[in-house]
Design a protein around this ligand. Sequence first.
Ligand code: ZN
Length: 96
Amino acid sequence: MTEHRSIDSELIEALTAAGDPYLSCDDCFEQTDVAVESLLATDGHLDDPFRVHLLRCPACHDEAVSLAELIGPELGLTPTEATARLDAELVREGAP
Ligand SMILES: [Zn+2]
């Protein structure tokens, strides 16, 4: 079997190798509100465990995207800008 590795999977492996910051979906879900809002409101950054979980978990990623679309307009962003901000943060360079 030939292994095809994308940039994304290498990035995720690099991230998870650094201390294995992996949350359960429940833990992730509890943080989604606060994490997404503070990211969009303050130009802050997501916690690495949260970020890595979103990269690895399509369900929680969808949840975070929906939330970004919902609260973006409250913070002066269009839904598109809000989700772009979230996605940019997820693949941010220089992260541990
Ligand atoms: Zn999850």
